[in-house]
Design a protein around this ligand. Sequence first.
Ligand code: AMP
Ligand code: ZN
Length: 139
Amino acid sequence: MKVNCIFCKIIRGDISAYKVYEDNNVLAFLDIAPVNPGHVLVVPKVHSGNLDDVDELMLAYLMRAVKRVGKALEKGLGVKGYNVTINNGAVAGQLIDHCHIHIIPRQPKDGLTPWPQSRYKDDEARKLAAKIKASVVIC
Ligand code: AMP
Ligand code: ZN
């Protein structure tokens, strides 16, 4: 637990949240500023800054919870699909320094636009893939 972490405070019960799922390792609650109604955050109960700090077993617990909450959104709210996303690191938009997975319910024509995409030029893709492949570590 980290004293000043807002999600640790929610886990401790020091500040309130609309909890939707909980087990020994994971808590899920409504995002206070939803992208769409029913937007849920899934967090490890142990404080972990970002994905690098989350061990494999916890990742499995987190994804199990994501699947369970996703099913609940489908069953309880009639949601037909949802985005699962992690903003990992400040440059990726991570504002709260306690790893969390967003589950964002989607509706047809809900106004959310897909990420802009581009194309690789020349040999760029092969070089990038080679660099990434050479840097994979089993952590
Ligand atoms: P991120 O940008 O990925 O770090 O997302 C942080 C998310 O936490 C944002 O979507 C916020 O709306 C949400 N958030 C911040 N404070 C609270 C809170 N007290 N309860 C619920 N959600 C929160
Ligand atoms: Zn925390």
